[in-house]
Design a protein around this ligand. Structure first.
Ligand SMILES: [Mn+2]
Length: 320
């Protein structure tokens, strides 16, 4: 099927409505009372992680403004939006299980990660609040992936086996909703991979320190790669990280990969916080991560897809 629609694909906004506004203007969208109207023949596609700005961000009410804009565009048929791991986490942060306990622990680390969103919705625990009435139900309806035939999109990792588990499923289904919270269930494993990516355990006793100062014993991987015997951790870490050395990748980790075929249609993801100064260039001719750390000091980037089967550097547009 030939797709005549052009898609402007935008990854992790993280409440930076200031950057979103600048980007949409550059893309020729016009400001509406809510959201933006696309130029003729265009539609926006958001790859999730609309919420949860970093502490000290300069965009008060940015989460609320971003959510309202994206939902209004989706409601008009001018945009599609996928779920990111931050929406997923937020839904469980605000939901209780059958035992009456919060399904995502309200500990200091989880609160800190979500604080920028809570600040925009201070009455979040009130069942009558906008947060509870509008945004939790809306986020629950977001799809996990999109396959338009001519291209694909997902928040973190296109993994056909895990995507099959999620096919036709929604967090609105109460059984599925709870199954996702059971560690090691196939639903849990599928969500983890698709929304958070493949994380490879480092061989003992190795570790690295991430940008928040946290000790990590596993790293985010180039999930699209074929992992043959000789591949080492430094080959597979994404984005590249000089702390990760040429340590061996164990068999168990190798089995987590389902390589993305070089002949497959393009796939777009967000999630990975590429460095703010990274080149506007795909990871491979058919794999592109569009997250350039707009949540911190990086540009918010759109990829303007016009039907091409090889991703082109000239179709990237930054917000400034
Ligand atoms: Mn993410």
């Amino acid at each position: 099927m030939k797709n005549d629609m052009h898609y402007d694909i935008i990854a992790d906004i993280h409440g930076r409505f200031d950057k979103l506004t600048a980007l949409m203007e550059r893309l020729g969208y016009t400001r509406e009372v809510e959201g933006f109207l696309p130029p003729a023949g265009h539609r926006a596609l958001f790859l999730g992680d609309l919420i949860d700005p970093k502490p000290g961000h300069p965009s008060p009410d940015g989460v609320r403004d971003t959510l309202r804009a994206v939902k209004a565009m989706c409601d008009r048929g001018d945009a599609l939006c996928l779920m990111g791991n931050h929406e997923y986490n937020a839904i469980y942060f605000h939901s209780k299980g059958p035992d009456g306990k919060w399904l995502r622990i309200r500990g200091s680390k989880n609160i800190a990660q979500h604080q920028g969103t809570l600040d925009d919705f201070p009455d979040y625990d009130d069942p009558a609040s906008e947060w509870q009435q509008v945004w939790i139900p809306w986020m629950k309806r977001l799809p996990f992936s999109l396959d338009l035939g001519e291209f694909r999109a997902v928040h973190a990792c296109w993994h056909p086996e895990h995507l099959r588990v999620l096919e036709g499923k929604s967090l609105e289904d109460p059984d599925f909703f709870l199954a996702c919270t059971v560690k090691k269930s196939r639903e849990y494993e599928a969500i983890e991979a698709v929304l958070k990516g493949i994380e490879v355990p480092l061989p003992e006793p190795h570790f690295f320190i991430d940008h928040t100062g946290t000790i990590r014993k596993q790293f985010r991987a180039r999930w699209w790669e074929a992992v043959s015997n000789g591949r080492v951790c430094s080959d597979l870490v994404f984005p590249s990280n000089s702390q990760i050395k040429d340590w061996p990748v164990n068999d168990e980790a190798r089995q987590m990969f389902q390589p993305y075929n070089v002949d497959a249609t393009p796939v777009f993801v967000g999630h990975y916080y590429k460095p703010a100064n990274a080149a506007f260039y795909p990871e491979r001719h058919n794999v592109a991560c569009l997250d350039y750390s707009a949540a911190v000091d990086g540009p918010l980037v759109a990829y303007r897809w016009k039907g091409e089967q090889r991703i082109k550097a000239e179709n990237y547009i930054g917000h400034s």
